[in-house]
Design a protein. Sequence first.
Length: 94
Amino acid sequence: MGMVVTYVNLDPCYVTPKLRRHGKEIALEALRGMDKFVPMDTGNLRTKAQAGDMEVIYDTDYAIYPWSGHGTIHRDKNPMATSHWDQAYQASGM
């Protein structure tokens, strides 16, 4: 119920069949970039994250709460933590 799936959105005019074959690698790179913005308490949310085919899956029963902004996001262990960490990563241009 609380699982969050973020999709790697690329401009369709740049998505070639060759690029599509590398969807998992692209998602893994996005996962690494989003780590900078994922809230951290015990680290479970980060360690449960998986790269799929052009998607990153945060598979915990509570992932939806910090992602959607419901609940408190503590920044003592990660000062860059925010809700909607996928959007923060995209806006950072990293």
